[in-house]
Design a protein around this ligand. Structure first.
Ligand SMILES: NC(=O)C1=CN([C@@H]2O[C@H](COP(=O)(O)OP(=O)(O)OC[C@H]3O[C@@H](n4cnc5c(N)ncnc54)[C@H](OP(=O)(O)O)[C@@H]3O)[C@@H](O)[C@H]2O)C=CC1
Ligand SMILES: O=C1CO[C@H](CO)[C@@H](O)[C@@H]1O
Length: 320
């Protein structure tokens, strides 16, 4: 099996695979098989979260791959995330334990605070997977200081439940604030990043601080609703700039978009329910974009954010 690129994390030196498999919207009924086949095809990182609602099925696929001798537990990097309703100190440990139980494993390679937004606690025995909204379909903000949540995340490291901890959807100012009090600095910031949202200042800051970046939604807008048509956006996989670069390298447009991120030293976690696409997405190591090609892709930036919690409730504005 070909060796794929990895990114060394600062505190532990752990090598995180640069291309992983994203689990959001991976269909529950096929998730175990999809994960098994992803591992069989060479994926060594799975990116889950409490609210994706498929941790049990993903764990089944992983454990079947281990039982069949395809991999050992230590060969597969499992990332998961703490949902916004569980930020209070007393809930972090309980939820991490529950999520590990669903996966059927005893540690996460990386556990992330999913959003720097705390919502009112909802008992997981009442509703799991968790959501943005309460029973009344309204968002209920809570006031848990991030320092409290981070302290509880650090305890997970001490307890051996998470080998690395990090954040997601965090702006530079919050990262700098966390560094004031962290015993364990965030290893990773998982953020939306694609040619329409290149996030250059944040990428630069994370590089300076030694915080690795995982880019999500690397393929850009997928549906009409997400297109940002008012900003002139279109499906990036159909964009002429990407198409002409892809044809020069005899690659798919998706591979070019993923390569563009990986070549910047970022990790990516593409998701696909389709086996052929899943296989193609992993194979972005065998070609290099020229500097001009990289620049042409980066110049498509229009600061188009597809995943902004403020779209759900304006009080959740976390991006400048
Ligand atoms: N931390 C966070 O807040 C967030 C994290 N994430 C993580 O990032 C992962 C990836 O992000 P996501 O937003 O799902 O977006 P992606 O950019 O990975 O994929 C978007 C869509 O593109 C389609 N697709 C995938 N590969 C190809 C291909 N080669 N050619 C054509 N179409 C393709 C897929 O549909 P199909 O299945 O039909 O192939 C998929 O639904 C998530 O699964 C999740 O793990 C995502 C959003 C937020
Ligand atoms: O990661 C995810 C993708 O984005 C969604 C919308 O904000 C989140 O709910 C989900 O957790």
């Amino acid at each position: 099996m070909a060796q794929h690129a990895t990114i060394a994390l600062k505190r532990t030196g752990a090598k995180m695979p640069a291309v992983g498999f994203g689990l959001w919207k991976v269909t529950n009924s096929t998730c175990a098989d999809t994960v098994y086949n992803a591992i069989k095809s060479g994926y060594r990182l799975l990116d889950g979260a409490g609210d994706y609602g498929n941790e049990k099925e993903a764990g089944e696929g992983l454990r079947r791959a281990i039982a069949d001798g395809l991999v050992k537990r230590e060969d597969v990097w499992v990332t998961s995330k703490l949902w916004n309703t569980f930020h209070a100190r007393e809930h972090v440990h309980t939820l991490a334990k529950k999520q590990l139980g669903l996966w059927g494993i005893d540690y996460f390679d990386l556990f992330l605070v999913h959003f720097p937004i705390s919502l009112e606690y909802v008992d997981p025995s009442h509703r799991y997977p968790p959501e943005w909204w309460g029973d009344d379909k309204k968002v209920h903000l809570a006031k848990v200081p991030f320092q409290e949540t981070w302290g509880a995340m650090e305890d997970l490291v001490d307890l051996g439940m998470a080998k690395n901890i990090g954040v997601s959807n965090c702006q530079g100012s919050l990262l700098l604030d966390i560094l004031r009090y962290a015993r364990y600095e965030p290893a990773v910031n998982q953020i939306e990043l694609h040619p329409y949202l290149t996030q250059e200042p944040l990428v630069k800051l994370c590089k300076t601080l030694g915080i690795a970046i995982t880019a999500y939604s690397s393929l850009g807008p997928q549906s009409y609703v997400e297109l940002g048509a008012d900003k002139g956006a279109q499906n990036l996989m159909e964009h002429n700039t990407i198409k002409s670069i892809a044809s020069k390298h005899s690659k798919t447009t998706a591979q070019v978009l993923l390569r563009w991120a990986v070549q910047q030293g970022l990790a990516v976690i593409p998701k696909s329910n389709n086996h052929d696409r899943l296989v193609l997405n992993l194979n972005v190591d065998q070609f290099t974009l020229s500097e001009d090609e990289e620049k042409a892709i980066s110049s498509l930036n229009i600061n188009l954010r597809l995943n902004d919690p403020a779209d759900i409730d304006p009080r959740m504005a976390i991006f400048a």
